[in-house]
Ligand binder design. Structure first.
Ligand SMILES: CC(=O)N[C@H]1[C@@H](OP(=O)(O)OP(=O)(O)OC[C@H]2O[C@@H](n3ccc(=O)[nH]c3=O)[C@H](O)[C@@H]2O)O[C@H](CO)[C@H](O)[C@@H]1O
Ligand SMILES: [Mn+2]
Length: 339
């Protein structure tokens, strides 16, 4: 790798030793064509490890021992922070968000109620500890919602909703339900909404560092992938369509959020797009996740969560730079649980 002129499409991020935090630097080194070797590649933007020899004057070459092979992207090209372990100080943030109330929406329809107990128990251990939290549990089986001991300032609100025969419809209708309830009560009751899958458990700290007007999470299966390999909806007649030459990241359907107003706009737009698709007899390849990805492309998030916040230990090998696994998939038998 030789030194060359600075390229705006090759942004590198290094730990600035003197500040003890992650800072962005532009790399004067080119490593074109290595998008899949980089820690994160996002289409036009390629991020990859760089040669230290180019950086002796900046004192930023030395990667911490835990990042022996590579660095990670800590800011998007539109200057939204990407949240990894080490980029935030919980003590400062906890004080800033002291009077904040957070709503956590989760759907447990039909057999998925079995996930609720572990979900709630682990959320009590790791999710927004010390803050005011309302769990909004949407279910068609209210009698099956387990009673889990809650810390002070936290409550479970059970909201009865209808089910659908197909799991895809259950998943997609979450957008409509969150939109409706945002208008009806979330706007009045909480400051932020965090919207997640239920077939998961919290296994490490998930705190106010995730809060921002509008945030999405890098899908753990695609954070290293080239844009062309993202599983966006590729059919132009679908409302979730993303052309091949567009796209920043591939975001996961199972973890997004923001202020109630932003989540209301997102969920309303995604639901409307799904209604149009249905009228046209087309269903996006990854359902609500496809629509979420399109929305996030044209409404850039103000914060992006790293795959620390959404991981699947059975599907993926954990890379060394992933120091914490904060919210992880609970193994499930798809055929059994969805029918
Ligand atoms: C971790 C992650 O990014 N997951 C996304 C992924 O699917 P997954 O394979 O993780 O989908 P899934 O089976 O978890 O279904 C999504 C969610 O819908 C709810 N549910 C589903 C079926 C049911 O019978 N009862 C029920 O309550 C439940 O909250 C579940 O977590 O892609 C889906 C669309 O294809 C959604 O975008 C998911 O958010
Ligand atoms: Mn899931």
């Amino acid at each position: 790798m030789g030194c060359c002129s600075l390229r705006a499409d090759e942004v590198m991020w290094r730990r600035a030793r003197s500040w003890g935090i992650w800072s962005p630097v532009f790399s004067p080194c080119s490593s074109r064509g290595s998008s899949s070797a980089g820690i994160i590649s996002s289409g036009a933007f390629t991020y990859s490890p760089l040669s230290c020899s180019c950086f002796h004057a900046l004192h930023t070459c030395e990667a911490p021992a835990w990042m022996s092979t590579a660095d990670v992207l800590v800011m998007t090209p539109w200057f939204a922070p990407i949240i990894w372990d080490g980029v935030f100080d919980s003590a400062i943030l906890d004080a800033q968000f002291e009077s904040t109330t957070i709503g956590l929406t989760v759907f447990a329809i039909k057999k998925y109620v079995v996930f609720l107990e572990l979900f709630l128990q682990t959320a009590e251990k790791h999710f927004m500890v010390g803050h005011r939290v309302t769990y909004y549990v949407f279910t068609d089986r209210p009698a099956n919602v387990p009673s889990v001991p809650l810390a002070e300032g936290r409550q479970v609100v059970v909201l009865e909703v209808r089910n659908y025969a197909r799991w895809q419809d259950v998943s997609m209708h979450r957008m409509k339900t969150i939109s409706n309830f945002s208008q009806e009560r979330f706007l009045r009751e909480v400051d932020y909404l965090v919207c997640v899958d239920v077939d998961m458990k919290f296994s490490d700290h998930v705190g106010v560092e995730i809060l921002s007007p509008f945030f999405g999470t890098l899908h753990p299966g695609f954070y290293r992938a080239a844009r062309n390999d993202f599983t966006y909806e590729r059919r132009p007649r679908s409302q979730a369509y993303i052309p091949r030459d567009e796209g920043d990241f591939y975001y996961a359907g199972g973890f997004f959020g923001g202020s109630v107003v932003e989540v209301l706009q997102l969920t309303t737009a995604c639901h409307q797009a799904m209604v149009v698709n249905q009228a046209n007899g087309i269903e996006a390849v990854w359902h609500d996740e496809s629509h979420l990805n399109r929305y996030l492309l044209y409404h850039k998030p103000t914060k992006v969560l790293s795959p620390e916040y959404l991981w699947d230990e059975r599907m993926l090998q954990r890379p060394p730079f992933l120091r914490r696994l904060r919210y992880v998939a609970v193994p499930k038998n798809h055929a059994e649980i969805r029918h």
